[in-house]
Ligand binder design. Structure first.
Ligand code: ADP
Ligand code: MG
Length: 356
């Protein structure tokens, strides 16, 4: 028989449970940023500005010119499962696939100091509110926790300060603030390519020159040129697959031809406008290029897939960047084939050009 004595099971403190759960959603500054970006995009912003201090550990600020948040909604803004994006059960299959169903701001408030300045078009002034552990709190002891009137433009500013100040395990997993800043820039760069109509800016606090700046009303190919450089942009092939009604997906891709050879593959994958990872899709594209590029050479691929949200696997936890979807094999094969054919066609026309 066991030599271990059973020990009493105790319920963890609520605040600890919330913090652990939040840490599962917010892994690092870049994952917080991604959620805040999605919110600004959902709010219809055409301009998004990000300011970062210490790789986002000290401060991550995102300012948008979107619809703003109504003052009356501010008290419950950082509670779990409060959202303006879902009201009926049938919406759930549409939303549950990607959004955090009202969990992002709540999670952030459990692992950082969160404050919000927001103004809707019909507000006469902006409102500022502070949050801690899911609740609206007073900015200073003795003050009321109500939102305070302040000056501000239409739209929303979200400040995330002292990320993981209360979560030592997460804090200790962050090794370098410059690495975190690089991750933030990578997320922003990819969203900038996918949203060329929107002006993005990112800089370090106190620095005059932005590290990323894109114009509004641009095009995907221009954004790729600006952000990834001319050597990629001049070798791009664009393929669209608009499938008929009977199919529940469509795709658009920009990928380099055989003239471009990088050491590492650059792969931007958006599914239903959310940046995700699909190792299977990536492997399949690598295999396509493997047959036509010299050994050790890799391409640049931007791929935007739109799939009927009901066909995206909701069993995969929405916080996982890796996604699965119905007919995954078939879709991966069709996308890979289309890219292969376009590359082959380009190869042929090139060979023909050289012959004459
Ligand atoms: P979700 O995005 O899943 O609804 P969040 O916690 O990310 O959950 O946001 C909660 C709610 O706060 C959103 O539904 C939205 O109404 C509001 N919100 C958050 N960020 C913004 C923003 N930048 N502009 C306007 N509204 C916002
Ligand atoms: Mg959100």
């Amino acid at each position: 028989s066991s030599s271990v004595e059973p020990r009493p099971i105790r319920r963890l403190q609520e605040s600890l449970i919330n913090r652990i759960a939040a840490g599962e959603i917010i892994h690092r500054p870049a994952s917080a940023l991604k959620e805040l970006l999605e919110n600004s995009l959902d709010a219809g912003a055409t301009s998004i500005r990000v300011i970062v201090k210490d790789g986002g550990m000290k401060l991550l600020q995102i300012q948008d010119n979107g619809c703003g948040i109504r003052k009356s909604d501010l008290p419950i803004l950082a509670e779990r499962f409060t959202t303006s994006k879902l009201s009926t059960f049938s919406d759930l299959s549409r939303i549950a696939t990607y959004g955090f169903r009202g969990e992002a701001l709540a999670s952030i408030s459990h692992v950082a100091h969160l404050s919000v300045i927001t103004k809707t078009k019909s507000d006469t002034c902006a409102w500022k509110a502070y949050y801690l552990d899911g609740s609206l709190v007073e900015p200073k002891p003795g003050q009321t926790p109500d939102p305070k009137p302040c000056a501000g433009n239409d739209g929303t500013i979200i400040n995330v300060q002292d990320l993981f100040y209360n979560t030592l395990t997460r804090l200790s997993s962050i090794r370098s603030t410059s690495e975190e800043y690089a991750r933030i820039l990578d997320v922003l760069t990819k969203y900038s390519v996918h949203n060329p109509k929107i002006a993005f800016l990112c800089k370090k606090a106190g620095s005059a020159a932005p590290d990323l700046s894109t114009p509004s009303d641009s095009e995907i190919s221009h954004a790729i040129r600006l952000l990834y450089g001319h050597s990629i942009a001049k070798e791009l092939i664009n393929v669209k697959e608009d499938n008929d009604e009977s199919e529940s997906w469509s795709a658009e891709s920009y990928f380099t031809n055989t003239n471009y050879q990088a050491k590492k593959m650059v792969f931007l994958l958006f599914i239903n406008h959310r940046l995700v990872e699909s190792p299977r899709m990536k492997r399949s594209l690598e295999a396509v290029y493997h047959t036509i590029l010299p050994k050790g050479a890799s391409p640049f691929v931007y791929l935007s897939l739109n799939i009927d949200p009901r066909a995206v696997d909701v069993n995969v936890h929405p916080t996982k960047r890796e996604v699965h979807f119905l007919n995954e094999d078939a879709i991966i094969e069709r996308v890979s084939d289309a890219i292969q054919q376009a590359l082959a066609a380009q190869g042929k026309s090139r060979a023909f050009e050289y012959q004459v």
